[in-house]
Design a protein around this ligand. Structure first.
Ligand code: ATP
Ligand code: MG
Length: 408
């Protein structure tokens, strides 16, 4: 028997309903904020991710599904969505246009990680990116949108916020961080020693307790911001305060991807264990120029759909739609035609074999239908249907035309 690959899952039944519920809820929010849907390829040139996500990141170093295709191209399955959106943006010269562009996307991402609850090798992200807006109001709007999605799904969260500074203030800060770390090398884990060389900011995010203890007194980026970053960070906090979006500044928050600057944030739940980050995002004004585009301000987020699914429940389903059946062979063809008409505008289930009334009603119950529609010998003769509302228990026998008009 052939089994699915480790860390890859089929989503079916109520879980599939939940998947649609999460994605559709997020879509509704994004459409209200005037974002356009962008459907992208799942396979891209490996170089795209090396240049955007960053050669020193775990994703590129350890987690990519990378191979050489039959045309000798070095390609990989996308590990995240932002790089693809940015590639599309530059490829279509949108960086040369004055207007702002806002996209959302969703679908499978692939990372060769150790599977566990909330962490899979194929998982789904719902994400969005806003290009061309440098105002911190957009950072706020993106956070507001993310919180609106979680509110809609009735998911409680803690919002953690930080600023990573910009190319003015970050290099200076990194120098002082390096200075601070210089004589601590021996006490740090292997990963942190590597990070120290390649991307010192990331040490702050280390999950190893003893490393964290060392970083308690490390200089913090938010205490070293330039004036413009500091003003924006204050403004952002003020906007969140004014609109009752609760947050905590986490001075050690950095994100796994290299391309962020200024605002970064995570929406975290404490109900799903270690894999608690449901939404992560921030600003990445440098990304478009890493991909040879004209420098363009950009801000966005990515939501882990499976993690949101772990935290939400499906709204209770009410009886809906029609269950149709015939009581004898002769009425079958009429009920099949009638079902076709009903299905133009309603959900309908159909019994393929003639059955007794009791059995048809039982079928309607099982299908969770609101109405049961039956054609028996008498109804067939008179051009009528027998109709029962399974919630109110009302029964009637309208003509077929009357029935079809009533459900339009
Ligand atoms: P984590 O710290 O949990 O590894 P990350 O920083 O790697 O997350 P991002 O690259 O920012 O995550 O991806 C955005 C979101 O996608 C995450 O917040 C999470 O909800 C989800 N996600 C990331 N990796 C996985 C995975 N392997 N399986 C399921 N969901 C994931
Ligand atoms: Mg990760």
């Amino acid at each position: 028997m052939i089994q699915s690959l480790t860390g890859m899952q089929d989503i079916v039944g109520d879980e599939a309903k939940k998947y649609n519920y999460v994605v559709n809820s997020a879509k509704e929010v994004l459409e209200n904020y005037d974002f356009d849907f962008l459907k992208m390829p799942m396979l891209e040139k490996t170089e795209l991710f090396i240049r955007s996500v960053g050669g020193s990141s775990d994703i590129v170093n350890k987690e990519m599904y990378r191979f050489i295709d039959k045309g000798e191209n070095d390609v990989c399955l996308r590990p995240e969505g932002t790089a693809g959106v940015a590639r599309y943006f530059v490829q279509n010269k949108l960086d040369r246009q004055p207007q702002k562009f806002k996209f959302y996307y969703h679908g499978s991402m692939f990372r060769y990680e150790r599977p566990q609850k909330g962490r899979y090798r194929e998982f789904n992200q719902f994400g969005c990116e806003s290009f061309g807006e440098e105002s911190v109001y957009e950072d706020y709007a993106i956070i507001e949108m993310a919180s609106a999605i979680l509110d809609k799904l009735d998911i409680s969260y803690k919002l953690e916020l930080n600023s990573l500074g910009c190319k003015e203030c970050r290099p200076k800060y990194i120098e002082s961080l390096k200075e601070f770390l210089r004589d601590k090398k021996d006490k740090l884990c292997e990963d942190c020693n590597r990070r120290l060389e390649q991307n010192p900011l990331r040490v702050l995010d280390c999950k190893v307790q003893s490393c964290q203890a060392e970083y308690e007194d490390a200089p913090k980026i938010t205490d070293n911001l330039c004036e413009s970053c500091d003003t924006d960070f204050r403004k952002l906090k003020e906007l969140l305060d004014n609109n009752s979006i609760n947050y905590e500044v986490n001075k050690k928050l950095v994100r796994g991807l290299d391309y962020y600057n200024k605002t970064i944030f995570e929406f975290i739940s404490d109900k799903i264990g270690a894999q608690g980050t449901v939404i992560g995002g921030g600003r990445y004004d440098g990304l478009i120029s890493y991909l040879d585009g004209k420098e363009t301000p950009a801000v966005g987020f990515g939501m882990g759909v499976e993690r949101a699914m772990l935290l939400t429940s499906l709204p209770s389903t009410q009886n809906c739609g029609y269950h149709l059946g015939a009581m004898d062979e002769e009425a079958l063809s009429s009920i099949i035609s009638l079902t076709k008409s009903v299905r133009v505008s309603h959900k309908a289930t159909l019994e393929y074999k003639p059955k007794k009334l009791k059995a048809l009603l039982k079928g309607a119950d099982k299908a969770n239908a609101k109405y049961c529609v039956v054609i028996g010998e008498n109804e067939l003769k008179e051009g009528k249907v027998w109709l029962k509302d399974l919630v109110t228990k009302d029964e009637s026998t309208p003509t077929i035309d009357e029935f079809l008009n009533s459900i339009k």
